[in-house]
Design a protein around this ligand. Structure first.
Ligand SMILES: [Mg+2]
Length: 188
């Protein structure tokens, strides 16, 4: 589905959709987080555009080539097919943290680019991630809400900074995050 002013759910990849295996770059090692397939299916069926925004500094650090990121993304789309989930686009920031970058999170620029490309309504959109930087990206882009999941690094992030709960909604996993979004109603 693709229509003007469609709401989106922007998704971090590692630790949110799939298990965070330190600098994952081998497609065959990809494993979904609990609830990820069902959660994405619910969001897609509710009319949300599903867009992955991923920082992949392993490329900039020279650990693996950009092609490996594409290969993992393709594998992810493949694994999600039984749920009829379509990832509309993957946005990748391959730079090291200290290198100049167009869209490395928490910069909101990939979200603006996706808005212009697909006609999205950011104020009706969400971001789900397992790190503070994902939440900040949503705040910087003016999204409706940023959601932290406790998969991946999420639980550690929550413990490190309990004040995150004041501004972000916190869920156990992507499935629970999807149910939360749908419980809010409207927007999609
Ligand atoms: Mg992550």
């Amino acid at each position: 589905m693709n229509r003007a002013n469609q709401p989106a759910v922007f998704l971090d990849r590692d630790g949110t959709i799939n298990e965070d295996l330190h600098y994952l770059h081998e497609p065959e090692k990809l494993i979904l987080c609990p609830g990820a397939g069902e959660g994405l299916q619910m969001l897609g069926q509710a009319g949300y555009a599903l867009i992955v925004v991923t920082n992949q500094s392993g490329v900039g650090r020279g650990y693996f080539p950009l092609e490996a990121v594409h290969a993992v993304n393709e594998r992810l789309s493949e694994i999600l097919k039984p749920w009829d989930v379509e990832i509309l686009a993957y946005y990748i920031a391959p730079e090291k943290p200290d290198a100049p970058s167009f869209g490395r999170k928490p910069k909101p620029d990939f979200l603006f680019q996706a808005r212009d490309r697909f006609g999205l309504s950011l104020k009706d959109s969400f971001i789900i991630g397992d790190k503070r930087v994902d939440l900040e990206t949503g705040w910087n882009a003016g999204l409706r809400e940023s959601i932290l999941v406790r998969t991946g690094k999420g639980r550690r992030e929550e413990e490190r900074d309990p004040s995150l709960a004041k501004r972000a909604h916190i869920c156990d996993n992507l499935g629970q995050a999807a149910r939360y979004i749908l419980s809010l109603g409207s927007g999609a």
